[in-house]
Unconditional design. Structure first.
Length: 246
C-alpha cells in the first residue's frame, strides 16, 4: 500500500479548515454563549445571594425589633408592676395614717369628754362646798359680823403700796364702806377711828349695806379697794380650787 502525500496533505488542509471553521462559527459562539450563560448564572447567583443576605438582614432586623419590643414590654410591665406596688403601698400608708388619726381623735375626744365631765363635777362640788360654807357662816351672830373684821381691814390697808394708801387717805370724796348689815353707831364710830389711825386722818364714809358680804367689811376708793369679807374669801377660795382642778 502506498501513501498519497498529496491526498494526505489535502486532507490535512481540509481538517485545518474544518477546525478553523468550527472554532470560528461553532466553538467560539458556543463558548461565548456559555460564557454569557455563566455570567448570567453568576449574576443570578449574586442576586440570589444578595436577596438571601437582604432576607437575612430583614429577618435579623425583625428578630431585633421583636427582641426590642419584648424588652420594652418587659420594661413597661416591670414599671407598671412597680407603679402598682408604689400606689398600693401609698394607699396602705394613707389608710393606716387615717386610721391612726381617727383613733387619736377618738381618744382625744374621749379624754376631752372625761375632762369636761370631771371639771363639771369639780365645779359643782366646789360650788356646793362654798354654798354650804356660806350658809354656815350666815349663822354667825350679828355682833361679830362687823367688829371682828375691823383689824383685818386695817391689815389690808397696810398691805397696800404706800402711794396707794396715801392717795386713799387724801381723797376728797367719801370712801364707800360696805357692810353686811346696818351698823350700830358704836360700830360705825369704831370703824371711823380705826380708819383714821390707818390713813392719818378721819375719812368721810358712805355706808353701803350689802348682805352678800355675809360678814366683814370692804373699803372702796376711786383708785383702791380693800376687801376683808367672807364673800371675798369664798371667791378667792373658788378661784384657787378652780385653778387646782384645771
Amino acid at each position: 500500500m502506498t501513501l498519497d502525500w498529496w491526498s494526505l496533505g489535502l486532507q490535512a488542509v481540509n481538517v485545518l479548515i474544518l477546525v478553523w471553521l468550527l472554532s470560528r462559527f461553532l466553538f467560539r459562539p458556543v463558548a461565548q454563549i456559555v460564557a454569557e450563560r455563566q455570567s448570567e448564572a453568576g449574576r443570578l447567583l449574586d442576586e440570589a445571594a444578595e436577596a438571601k443576605a437582604a432576607a437575612e438582614r430583614v429577618r435579623a432586623e425583625a428578630e431585633a425589633a421583636r427582641a426590642q419590643l419584648a424588652s420594652r414590654q418587659d420594661t413597661a410591665l416591670r414599671a407598671a408592676e412597680q407603679e402598682v406596688a408604689g400606689v398600693k403601698a401609698r394607699l396602705l400608708r394613707e389608710a393606716e395614717e387615717e386610721v391612726r388619726q381617727l383613733h387619736e381623735r377618738a381618744e382625744q375626744a374621749q379624754v376631752a369628754r372625761q375632762q369636761a365631765a370631771l371639771a363639771l363635777v369639780e365645779e359643782r362640788a366646789t360650788r356646793l362646798a362654798l354654798e354650804i360654807a356660806a350658809r354656815l357662816l350666815e349663822r354667825l351672830p350679828d355682833s361679830v359680823r362687823l367688829s371682828a373684821f375691823i383689824d383685818g381691814l386695817l391689815a389690808g390697808l397696810d398691805e397696800l403700796p404706800a402711794a396707794a394708801r396715801q392717795a386713799l387717805g387724801a381723797e376728797s370724796a367719801a370712801l364707800t364702806l360696805r357692810v353686811p348689815r346696818t351698823p350700830s353707831a358704836g360700830e360705825l364710830e369704831a370703824c371711823r377711828q380705826a380708819l383714821a389711825r390707818a390713813l392719818g386722818r378721819e375719812p368721810e364714809l358712805k355706808v353701803a349695806v350689802d348682805p352678800g358680804l355675809i360678814a366683814g367689811l370692804e373699803l372702796e376708793g376711786s383708785n383702791a379697794v380693800v376687801r376683808n369679807s367672807f364673800r371675798a374669801d369664798l371667791a378667792r377660795l373658788h378661784r384657787e380650787l378652780s385653778h387646782e382642778s384645771a
